[in-house]
Write a protein that binds this ligand. Structure first.
Ligand SMILES: [Zn+2]
Length: 350
């Protein structure tokens, strides 16, 4: 099965991967077999490529990359009832142990035993087909394209963050970071009822894309402007109800309370590989509520519903498409972090 394989740090190859073909031959009674159509390139895929590890997850053996995917069902297991061959679907990449305590408590995303695509030692899905549980495979309405469906995975992070923030209609939000996750978080915050969202970054082109998503989004270039000053001016000095940290930068994280209103909420989204400075005093005088998120749980159907209804439009975030045969080139471009690109996707031959 020709797959995009990360052989080791800095080395990709497009080659047959017999191990995965053997593994994927077994279709359990509650599994479906999917022909992959579109796969988004995620920051984590790029990080494994350029660093060979993310925190405790280390690439010790060749691993297939990719976890943001859509495709078409080509076969179903004997007990599958909700999906049929020919259905267009998107897939949730993390499969928890159904019997674990975290799963039984409804927090399957933080099950320590979760098996997540393209997180060592679990293979990703930059390959022609995969076998996946029916329970983590979601049917697409006709008006949601494969490209939009491959955006459901990153969008789910933003929707989970907005849910944790407990946004109320009319809230003002700030999103630190105009990368893919920052921008889907801004869209999710608006869909959840925010009146206005301020998006910050240092890359002007990304801010332009962000501001173009909605008249309710205002961009702030932190190299030229102060977030707290702009937010205070827009809120009679009160501050933003919610601040989302989506940069993963310790510098940004150190300032999350500055634009926050008294009683407001900060949601930490960006991954931090090392311990960071945290202004406990600024949090205390605001009685700030701080939430942390790890991936998402139970939000894929909501994301599909919002894409279908038009409540959220992710199409402007998809800035480049590559054919599967050009996957290595796509990763080389993505690794250079082009300032004008938000999400790049790879299309497999059908
Ligand atoms: Zn991702």
């Amino acid at each position: 099965m020709e797959s995009l394989v990360l052989e080791r740090k800095d080395e990709l190859s497009l080659r047959d991967f017999p191990e995965i073909a053997r593994q994927e031959e077994t279709l359990g009674p509650r599994d479906v077999r999917i022909k992959i159509h579109t796969v988004g390139i995620c920051g984590s895929d790029i990080h494994y490529y350029t660093h060979g590890r993310i925190g405790p997850f280390i690439v010790n053996d060749p691993m297939i990359l990719g976890h943001e995917a859509s495709g078409t069902i080509i076969e179903i297991g004997s007990e599958v009832t909700t999906l049929s061959p020919g259905d267009r679907v998107c897939m949730e990449p993390g499969i928890p142990d159904p019997n674990s305590k975290a799963t039984r408590l409804g927090m399957y995303n933080i099950d320590p035993a979760v098996r997540f695509w393209a997180t060592p030692p679990i293979h990703g899905i930059l390959r022609p087909t995969c076998v996946h549980p029916e329970a983590f495979t979601f049917k697409l309405p006709d008006n949601v394209s494969f490209a939009e469906a491959a955006m459901v995975e990153p969008l789910a992070v933003g929707v989970h963050a907005a849910t944790k923030a407990r946004i109320k209609p009319g809230d003002i939000a700030v999103v630190y970071g105009a990368g893919p996750i920052g921008l889907v978080t801004a869209l999710a915050a608006l869909a959840a009822g925010c009146a206005r969202v301020f998006v910050t970054d240092i890359a002007e082109k990304k801010l332009e894309i962000g501001a173009g998503l909605s008249p309710a989004i205002t961009s702030i270039n932190v190299t030229k402007q102060s977030v707290a000053e702009i937010v205070n001016a827009a809120t009679d000095g009160w501050g933003a109800d919610v601040v989302f940290e989506a940069t993963g930068s310790p510098l940004a994280a150190a300032q999350v309370f500055e634009p926050l209103c008294p009683g407001g909420c900060v949601v930490m989204i960006g991954g931090q590989p090392d311990p960071i400075q945290y202004d406990a005093g600024a949090a205390m005088v605001r009685e700030a509520r701080v939430e942390n998120i790890f991936r998402y749980a139970h939000v894929f159907p909501r994301c599909v519903g919002m894409l279908s209804s038009g409540a959220i439009d992710v199409k402007p975030l998809i800035t480049k498409k590559f054919e599967f045969k050009d996957s290595i080139h796509a990763f080389e471009i993505a690794a250079a972090a082009p300032p004008a690109d938000v999400k790049m996707q790879i299309e497999l031959p059908q």
